[in-house]
Write a protein that binds this ligand. Structure first.
Ligand SMILES: *[C@@H]1O[C@H](CO)[C@@H](O)[C@H](O)[C@H]1NC(C)=O
Ligand SMILES: *[C@@H]1O[C@H](CO)[C@@H](O)[C@H](O)[C@H]1NC(C)=O
Ligand SMILES: *[C@@H]1O[C@H](CO)[C@@H](O)[C@H](O)[C@H]1NC(C)=O
Length: 395
């Protein structure tokens, strides 16, 4: 064998280097700041639950069994969309703000990589809106408006003055997730017996408050914001159970989802997209990304088996039995609920929330697929070549 040619080994080095470069991580943001509800809560809610009484379901097994091997406060068997986004950007999982205490015991290093203000059950609108309409909300003062108050408190702790360069830099280089939020404004009402027509009248209020939050965040220095819409709620095991109907016309033949509930979610999403367009015009230096959760997960409802969800899309992995393995009085985590052997074969985790496998699919649809507008890959070109996550195969 001839000795290795130095030329060849140099060529090899360059090849390896460029191979490494083309698979570089997508570190477009220095941190993630998040607002929302159970879809994004990485552990705030347990700090707010009363010490007496039944522990909240999300603090009990089998929550967290898939990835963390113990409950973390997340409403899933494993990671959430926000966790997959953090992984993609090579950031740690976004720390729950309340781990520093409700009064914001934080300093400039404790949340350097980001802070999560999302809380299980949170609404966009303030509690008073629901009190006036006889709708019960499970936790007090955790609305989007309240979360923004926490954020301002947080900024006043981590920055000497809110206009200081450090503080501005922190927000400017963060990916700011506003939502999903608003889903609970409708869930608490619709699953609490309020008629559709009345709940529809909430939608402009909800969208308006999301718009105000975005504007406030931009005024605080946010430049890149991602705002998700609502899911197709007519496909959720909890809604399918509560609104079980004898009339086949109520169901979409291709998916088995309830038509009017999906139209409701689309109505919210249409108004939200209009609001985002309005704010983009007013703040052309910002990038406001709409995250299309509705269509990202709709792929799974249309063809669950082809996407590897052999357990189907409509029935919950964990729940209290019935046609969708969901019983609104027997929650996952409490007896006599049952849990499937392999959550990765299911789309729905506990009636209301998704499995880690479904969240991963949705996250891929945002990071690598077509479900962000403008596409995340134009905001962060490194995403196209980053090695994280599996390849996205739309079907
Ligand atoms: C800041 O917070 C972190 C994490 O909570 C803690 O470990 C650290 O000691 C704190 N630093 C100061 C200066 O208080
Ligand atoms: C919620 O906030 C309102 C207004 O700040 C306050 O009066 C009320 O005591 C709070 N409720 C709880 C349970 O913290
Ligand atoms: C829900 O579970 C309770 C308690 O096990 C049971 O009594 C009830 O019949 C169940 N409801 C439905 C709709 O299956």
């Amino acid at each position: 064998m001839a000795a290795k040619s130095p030329k060849l080994s140099l060529a090899c080095t360059i090849l390896i280097l460029s191979h490494k470069l083309s698979f570089a991580s997508a570190s477009c943001f220095t941190s993630i700041i998040s607002f929302g509800d159970s879809i994004a809560d990485t552990g705030n809610a347990p700090y707010l639950s009363p010490e007496s009484g039944r522990p909240p379901f999300y603090t009990l097994p089998p929550y967290g069994e898939t990835f963390f091997n113990h409950p973390t406060g997340r409403c899933s068997d494993g990671r959430l969309i926000i966790d997959f986004i953090a992984e993609e950007f090579e950031l740690p999982f976004v720390a729950p703000f309340l781990q520093g205490g409700r009064n914001g015991n934080v300093n400039s290093t404790s949340f350097r990589d980001g802070a999560n203000f999302a809380v299980v059950g949170a609404t966009a609108l303030e509690d008073s809106f629901f009190d006036e309409r006889g709708v019960t909300v499970p936790l007090a003062n955790v609305s989007l408006v309240a979360q923004l108050r926490w954020f301002n408190q947080f900024l006043s702790k981590i920055c000497p003055t809110t206009s200081s360069a450090d503080c501005k830099g922190f927000i400017e280089t963060s990916l700011v997730l506003v939502g999903e939020i608003g889903g609970n404004d409708y869930n608490h009402a619709l699953l609490g017996g309020i008629k559709e027509a009345e709940v529809r009248s909430f939608v402009p209020h909800v969208v308006n408050i999301i718009g105000s939050a975005i504007t406030e965040l931009i005024n605080l220095g946010a430049v890149t914001l991602m705002v998700p819409g609502n899911f197709p709620i007519g496909c959720s095991s909890a809604y399918l159970t509560y609104f079980l109907s004898e009339n086949q016309d109520d169901y979409e033949p291709a998916t088995g989802c309830i038509k009017w509930l999906n139209r409701f979610a689309q109505y919210h999403n249409d108004l939200l997209k209009k609001e985002l367009a309005r704010i983009r015009e007013l703040h052309p230096h910002t990038t406001i990304i709409y995250a299309d959760y509705y269509n990202a997960v709709m792929d799974l409802y249309r063809s669950p088996i082809e996407h590897g969800f052999a357990g189907g899309a409509l029935g919950a992995c964990c729940g209290g039995g019935g046609p969708y393995n969901c019983n609104l009085t027997v929650h996952c985590g409490y007896p006599p609920s049952n849990t499937c052997d392999d959550p990765s074969l299911y789309v729905n985790w506990d009636g209301m929330h998704f499995t880690e496998a479904a969240y991963k699919w949705i996250a891929l649809g945002l990071l690598k697929g077509p479900y962000t507008t403008p596409p995340l890959s134009t905001v962060c070109p490194a995403l196209i070549s980053s090695s994280h996550g599996r390849l996205y195969h739309p079907m």
